[in-house]
Write a protein that binds this ligand. Structure first.
Ligand code: NAD
Length: 298
């Protein structure tokens, strides 16, 4: 039987450690860690994600500060808010909830975030450190995936790993992390020719294309590990029901693989947990606390 890589269970285990870590250290430093979340506009999915982050923070003892700005706000005003939060000693981490409306220069805003507070790991300084394999904040979804693999002692070193997708958010940082851990990594994307043939060589196949059910059993080698990053809400033809699915046609693939991540309950919960880890990482650095978390940041 194939092994389910249970992200929900692992995220709860890590959260328990984070909660204890904050509890043990907050009397010394006299304040809890603080996370600022900037949301612009009314994208409903972003609203749900921000709520989930707020709830996760409160579970472990991180104070969250939500800044919900109207779409009519100017780029300059968002930059000023980021600068203010950069200087705020009660804020250890900060993120811009993506996507933001098209009129904003997203990359410029991310560049304004102090790299020490960039808990999404998207600032070019943190990406640069990832390229150089130096310790820094790491992008949450890729770091969560590495932790899921490690939790089941799935070996990365020397393995053939195929990543589908080359986004700044997932595919690129994930490929770099796997490379830093001595995987033999192939990055693929929408222009890749013979995608399923390439994927079939993978010991570990990671699908982050954002295409529902793209990967079926013809992409998968017997005994491989398959990680599904995609998340899609599908509506039935009569529009009466919705269900979540990923980039992988799981029922077709599961009988063939050694291990897989479910959707939901696989990669998603780990992403939020890594945001908490990054925030605490910044808090412990600011106060020179002893670190028990560094092994969670690949
Ligand atoms: P994106 O749209 O920015 O990038 C998608 C990438 O996939 C691109 O590089 C593109 O070249 C590639 N691609 C698209 N179609 C392809 C195809 N047919 N064959 C091969 N490659 C193809 O998306 P993203 O932000 O990287 O997110 C990818 C998916 O992961 C989305 O479904 C997103 O919702 C999900 N996601 C989930 C989490 C989580 O926590 N579970 C976090 C981030 C993203």
């Amino acid at each position: 039987m194939s092994l389910k890589l249970d992200g929900k269970k692992l995220s709860l285990e890590i959260e328990e450690k984070l909660k204890n870590y904050i509890y043990l250290n907050k009397t010394t430093v006299k304040r809890n860690p603080g996370l600022a979340v900037i949301r612009i506009g009314e994208d409903p999915a972003s609203g749900v994600y921000v709520k989930n982050k707020e709830k996760a923070c409160s579970r472990v003892g991180i104070e969250s500060f939500i800044f919900h700005l109207k779409e009519t706000v100017e780029q300059k005003e968002v930059e000023q808010l980021i600068n203010k939060l950069n200087l705020d000693n009660n804020i250890d981490g900060m993120l811009l909830q993506l996507p933001i409306p098209k009129k904003f220069d997203e990359q410029k805003l991310i560049s304004f975030i102090n790299p020490e507070k960039d808990v999404d790991g998207l600032n070019e300084k943190n990406i640069g450190k990832l390229v150089k394999n130096e310790s820094a904040m790491r992008s949450c979804t890729p770091a969560g995936i590495i932790n899921l693999l490690r939790s089941q002692n799935i070996i990365i070193e020397g393995k053939n790993i195929v990543v589908i997708g080359r986004s700044l958010l997932v595919g690129k940082p994930l490929s770099l992390m796997l490379l830093n851990l001595n995987g033999t990594v192939t990055m693929t994307h929408s222009k890749t020719i013979n995608l399923n043939k390439i994927c079939k060589e993978a010991d570990i196949l990671i699908a982050a294309a954002g295409k529902p059910n793209l990967v079926d059993s013809s992409f998968v080698k017997e005994g491989a590990v398959i990680i599904d990053v995609g998340i899609h809400r599908l509506t039935s033809t009569d529009k009466s029901k919705t269900r979540l699915c990923g980039d992988v046609l799981l029922e077709d693939v599961i009988p063939k693989v050694f291990a897989y991540t479910p959707v939901p309950g696989g990669v998603g919960p780990m992403t939020v947990t890594m945001l908490l880890v990054n925030t605490i990482f910044s808090w412990q650095k600011q106060f020179g606390l002893s670190s028990t978390l560094n092994n969670l940041l690949p």
